[in-house]
Design a protein around this ligand. Structure first.
Ligand SMILES: [Zn+2]
Ligand SMILES: [Zn+2]
Length: 282
């Protein structure tokens, strides 16, 4: 059996001030890695708020260069530079979409040398939009798919191998995207799918998902559990699962919240008591 992986939503909101929903950030904790998927504002302090061992972060992956997805990158590197007694030796792998090196250079010019020289090894990886990156130490693989949002935006599919074949687990994260059934196929069969659902129906917007387009995407992906995140205030979190059911989505679905931790194993996702998913299969 592969060891279950815990996924914690640090930020389920957008950039508008909201004390309960901070900008996009999702922490994935495995047996031998700790990966932050997006690092929007609120992520760094959220790690402490939800008692996450931020000093032990091993990987950070950015989906695109909107402020609500990487606004806390420089603050996080500052904290890792200054906030570890005795310093840090463990490398940090920074993964980002095309243009990532240029963005990191701009952040260093704005914030200071610590961004690119934090006092421990940085391994910077520019992901291809349609590709795969394998951790050199075999901890996981990260597959990417273009996301219909910005020219560089990627969606992520994390694969953790099990000891035996068919024992692995997978986690999908849309980042920001638009209606896209091809992206649904990319996520086919993931255990947990964390999908943005930013705007309400009806919408003509083609660079975000709504309940209708999220339902269509998830109907193709067929995850064991769909978790909706990145909500603008116009969406009522309590009504979201119903809205997706009305759009024809028959799978298990849950609206995310800041601090929600899910446990992902091969083909299954455990939800904490009190965070009932619909249909309720806890
Ligand atoms: Zn965006
Ligand atoms: Zn966003």
């Amino acid at each position: 059996m592969s060891v279950p992986v815990r996924v914690t939503i640090l930020g389920s909101g957008v950039l508008l001030p909201d004390d309960t929903r901070r900008s996009a950030a999702h922490l994935v904790e495995g047996a031998d890695f700790s990966l932050l998927m997006d690092c929007g504002s609120g992520a760094l302090h959220g790690m402490d708020r939800f008692q996450k061992p931020w000093r032990g972060l091993t990987h950070l992956a950015i989906t695109h260069f909107h402020t609500d997805h990487f606004g806390d990158l420089a603050p996080l590197l500052w904290a890792l530079h200054h906030g570890i007694p005795g310093g840090r030796d463990e490398p940090l792998v920074l993964l980002g979409p095309p243009g990532f090196n240029r963005i990191l250079g701009a952040l260093a010019a704005a914030h200071g040398d610590f961004v690119l020289a934090p006092g421990f090894p940085l391994e910077i990886v520019e992901l291809e939009r349609n590709g795969r990156w394998d951790d050199p130490r075999g901890r996981f693989a990260l597959r990417t798919h273009p996301a219909r949002h910005t020219p560089e935006a990627v969606a992520l599919r994390l694969e953790v191998e099990g000891v035996r074949p068919h024992d692995g687990l997978s986690i999908g994260y849309t980042g920001d995207t638009g209606p896209d059934l091809d992206l649904g196929a990319f996520f086919q069969g993931v255990g947990l799918l964390v999908a943005e659902c930013a705007v309400a129906d009806p919408t003509e917007l083609e660079i975000h998902l709504s309940p209708r387009s999220a339902a269509a995407l998830a109907q193709v992906a067929e995850p064991a559990l769909l978790v909706l995140t990145h909500l603008y205030p116009e969406l009522d979190p309590d009504r979201l699962p119903d809205l997706l059911a009305r759009e024809g989505y028959t799978g298990r679905v849950l609206t995310g919240r800041d601090g929600l931790t899910l446990t992902v194993g091969p083909g299954r996702v455990e939800v904490p008591p009190g965070d009932a998913s619909t249909p309720n299969q806890n």
